[in-house]
Design a protein around this ligand. Sequence first.
Ligand SMILES: Cc1ncc(COP(=O)(O)O)c(C=O)c1O
Length: 379
Amino acid sequence: MIYFDNSATTRPYANVLQSFQEVSQRYYGNPSSIHRFGFEAEKLLRKAHEQAASILNVEASEVVFTSGGTEGNNMAIKGIALAHQNKGKHIITTTIEHPSVLEACKSLEEIGFDVTYLPVDKTGIVNVDELEAALRDDTILVSVMHVNNEVGSIQPIEKIAKLIKHRKKTFFHVDHVQGFGKVPLTLIDSGIDLCTISGHKIHGLKGTGLLYIRNSVHLFSLFDGGAQQNNYRSGTENVAGIVSLVKAMRIINEKQKNNKNYLNELNKLMRKSLNDLPHIHFNTIENQAPHILNFSIPGYKPEVIIHALGERDIFISTKSACSSKKPDESAVLRAMDMSTEIAKSGLRVSFSYENTHEEVELFCRSLRKVTKQLSLVMG
Ligand SMILES: Cc1ncc(COP(=O)(O)O)c(C=O)c1O
């Protein structure tokens, strides 16, 4: 089997599963209980907070564990909007965000917020000058993703953060779900106020994640209850999930450090091998996120290619249609001003550190065969 759909989700590391099982079996006490069993779970939780914070180089009090990217994004965006609406009701984001950002913004529009959706250029990158021009006195939040999930374009987060850092009323949220472990991002002193990370994109478990909330940033809390996690997210903590998330963060961070150029090599090899495939159009420009390569082969339905590759035990994906008005084309590719034909035929390959050069070569050979067979069928 060749699994090249790591931006959709990843296979959990064996150590992650082991941590989850061990903590579930041995430390199942409620961390809020005042007996020894609860205290042991609470100790593990505190350690996980400290370890996650040390990996991110932030304070333990700045980490809130969540159920993943969707929750982190909603918690950040709605949390800022509801807590700071007395200072302004304007939000800035981009047209290529994940639906968990776009739909959160749309919900806020329904209750009176004003949202600017900034366009991106043909490479899938937002223009910092346009963002600066869109800032207003009543702008309370800017939310921009680090790495786009469909095409892998990297947004100029440092430059945007610098713009916002000295604005007292404006907070900056970054969806770092696709970037963590692949494209470095500095949080401390950067001007980033909130940052979302998801466990299952980094070989952790589904239903785990975290939101970085810079100390002194106040959010309206979406979950009321027992006041766990500094009252930001009430509910008994998923201690085993949290410990396993931190394990995944640690392992992928090590891999990133020790294999700096590895994903890039796979990406370049695939690009080179596919370059002479008839009509291929690369939708990802060079030197973007190393783990994502998006391309179109106009004339072929992507679903048919994915199905044919699936029969050979090879797994890639098509665009995520969730935010597109037309269900068969990619909203992200349309936002990049690609033709309808290109936007309808996008294919996404996404690597992990577990993939190999041999897999890339086998994939390219298989794709060649599949397109040839399909052209014969189509006449
Ligand atoms: C950029 C981005 N943000 C947010 C999410 C949502 O994350 P989760 O699946 O953990 O809710 C995804 C998932 O595909 C994503 O790619």
